[in-house]
Design a protein around this ligand. Sequence first.
Ligand code: DON
Length: 503
Amino acid sequence: IAVAYTMAVTHPRAGNIGGGGFMMIYHKQSNQFYAVDFREKAPQQAYKDMFLDSEGNVDNQKARFSIYSAGVPGTVAGLESIYNTFGSLPRQRLFQDAIAYAKNGFLIDQDQHKVLEDKKELLRKDKQFRKLFYKKSNNDIIPRKKVVQKNLAKTLTVIQSSGVDGFYKGKVADQFVDFFQQENGLITHQDLTNYQPVWRTPIYGTYKGYDIISMPPPSSGGIALVQLLNILEQKKIDQLKHNSTDYIQSVVEAMKFVYADRAKYLGDQDVVDVPVAKLTDKTYAAEIANKISTQNIIDVSTINPELLDTSESLETTHFSIIDSEGNMVSCTYTLNFAFGNGMIAGKTGVILNNEMDDFVAKPGSPNGFGLLGNEKNEIAANKRMLSSMTPTLVMKNGQPVLITGSPGGSTIITSVAQVLLNVLAFDMRIGQASSAARFHHQWYPDVITIEEQHDGNIVEELKERGYNVKHKSLGITQSIEIDSGNLYGKSDPRNLSSSTKAY
Ligand code: DON
């Protein structure tokens, strides 16, 4: 919780109190798993066609970079609920670093400097972003070396003393709602007071005798991960050479089915039915596995065959923790794009998310990650938008094996899956497993996204087999491997500068 509050200050493009996320928890003493959902919700006044223009086309600007892009934040409610259940640090200590960095400032590193440069045209439009993160230089503005967030420090101080009410009620809430009124936005006091995090039953799966514990809807992550691993277990993928052309083809074909099902069946299960049991069923996976072979490529649907460029600067963040008692946490939280919708909510200092773009604005019209969907994930009042975030825990015979997760939008699921496959099927240590070259297919667009680190002729061979292929860096995993009581941490060597580069 302290990490999450601190990153809201020092990693402001993704760490947040104005966004939402998911935390998987293993509580050692009770030997229980928990999936805490603090995903943002659509405001009460949100409606299905709110991002369509007068001709019925999706207005992406409105969906991604406007006051309407922001969902009702869930992070503070989630963290406070977890604190009230399992917290052990005194509140003063919990907020100490976050408040100190907000008040006294933190230094911008090279990576953050680059993102602030990349996002300058968007962020300079917001008065507060301009003031806090940039300074004048000749006729231009450049990122500051040190960022001080006094208003955010005040907001965090109120949360420190008043808990969840410090954010959703009282002065901070007044300032937050004032900003929405001033900008003609939809979020009201009622939206804030109504927000509740949900403790959900995790998605449980198995792969080669390992137990996989991951996030249920409104994230697609857990279901998609388990479905993919089920198919690949059937295909005995561990008998192929890791990252060979046959391996990539088999995994890619499985990914297509998983993402097609994601688009068809997944949404907020508080509002729509999600066939969780069927999707995570081994027999269903076997049916799919039977259709996959290295001899043929399955034709994806051709609803809209145009290839998308999803090179938008994107960012989410993940952290994995295990403590001295053996409790574990796997948490992914986000503003969606880097710096969300590019707005700071008035005097609160809170950076706003643009998570509403994770809904389906219109069937057939892809979101910022090129993802499709249908009415299961259409916008409705108080509904949670579908996510790909996949905070995951792995156990074997009741003992912890792995904690992992990643940013990367639609590529989160496949990045997490590949870290798991590398460790569980190919016996790699977490260092090698995290560094190994990755690939991704999401059914639509019909293209394999593949990292440049792959061995020599792989790309040529995949093209010869008939695939569309493009290069891009995939995911930034943060993992802990637990083996015979030893802990091995691995922060992905990929960094944002490479992951946002468009090829
Ligand atoms: O919830 C989701 O799936 C997205 N909003 C996550 C966005 C993301 O990972 C951007 N980072 N690279």
